[in-house]
Design a protein around this ligand. Structure first.
Ligand SMILES: NC(=O)c1ccc[n+]([C@@H]2O[C@H](COP(=O)([O-])OP(=O)(O)OC[C@H]3O[C@@H](n4cnc5c(N)ncnc54)[C@H](OP(=O)(O)O)[C@@H]3O)[C@@H](O)[C@H]2O)c1
Length: 262
């Protein structure tokens, strides 16, 4: 199926590694014009080499999306390069592990700034133009923790609920302008983030990383970890015009791990 993404203008934040990078790769393969952003220029340059997009179709811009002034600069860059966006993938790193009572106010505010505020600020920048142009597709990368809290990830479980509530509210307000907003909920997906979480669990439990990996895989009906490309394929569809009627949804890509009702 041709997703009709050729020459569409799409930005992926947190686009230098893992799930964000996989999204950028599939969008590049579909012919989209892409901006990828993350904190490190070095990571972005390495990602650009991997994506290997046609000349002039891939741009990089370093920005920490937890900082308002860096989002301002990123929005300015988008305006200069593309003028507008057809699609936006909102992604960033996950917050640190910890128990419900184990975080300081600073930890909580930092999680709000890295998970919630970028979604509010980026949509506030780009959605009005999408509404005016009568086309826009937004994806937020969240977590299955919004359906079933993940032990030891209280910051992610809690703040992502607020992100989901914000995006659901937004999706209702803008669907009439053909601007669709969805969240993807990765389960255990094979990236640097998953490796570092599993290493922490191994340390806390005194088990080896291999044992923790086997235990985690056994808890997943599909019996394996997901690949970032599994999420990216769905993201590409949801970002395209072929997605003519799906909005306001949180879709788990988790090998059947979370047991919430259909
Ligand atoms: N992998 C999983 O199993 C899993 C499961 C559930 C949820 N998730 C969530 O899905 C998202 C992506 O996960 P991933 O596994 O792909 O993570 P990852 O491998 O750690 O990649 C994170 C990406 O975000 C960028 N980034 C981090 N903090 C940023 C910031 N403040 N501003 C801009 N860019 C930032 C990183 O690049 P720089 O370092 O250059 O900034 C990198 O490109 C995360 O929120 C994660 O918590 C992942």
């Amino acid at each position: 199926m041709d997703l009709l993404l050729n020459d569409k203008k799409i930005m992926v934040t947190g686009g230098s590694k893992g799930i964000g990078l996989a999204c950028a790769k599939v969008l590049a393969a579909e012919g989209a014009d892409i901006i990828i952003s993350s904190r490190s220029r070095e990571n972005l340059e390495a990602a650009a080499r991997q994506i290997g997009s046609q000349k002039g179709k891939l741009h990089i811009f370093p920005a920490d999306v937890s900082r308002m002034e860096e989002i301002d600069a990123l929005a300015e860059f988008v305006k200069k390069r593309f003028g507008y966006l057809d699609g936006l993938v909102i992604n960033s790193g996950g917050p640190p592990m910890g128990s419900a009572l184990g975080h300081t106010d600073e930890d909580w505010m930092s999680a709000v700034n890295s998970l919630l505020m970028p979604v509010i600020r980026l949509t506030r920048y780009f959605v009005p133009e999408m509404q005016a142009r009568k086309f826009g597709r937004i994806i937020s990368i969240s977590s299955t923790g919004v359906k079933q809290p993940i032990q030891g990830l209280v910051l992610s479980n809690s703040i992502r609920q607020a992100v989901g509530a914000y995006l659901k509210t937004l999706s209702v307000e803008v669907a009439g302008s053909n601007v669709f907003v969805n969240s993807l909920l990765p389960g255990a997906t094979d990236t640097d983030r998953l490796s570092s979480l599993l290493e922490n669990v191994a340390k806390d439990t005194g088990k080896s990383v291999d044992e923790i990996v086997e235990l985690r895989k056994k808890s997943i009906p599909a019996g394996k970890f997901g690949e970032p490309a599994n999420l990216a394929a769905l993201a590409a569809f949801l970002l395209s015009e072929k997605n003519g009627y799906i909005t306001g949804q949180s879709i788990a890509v988790d090998g059947g791990m979370v047991l919430f009702p259909f």
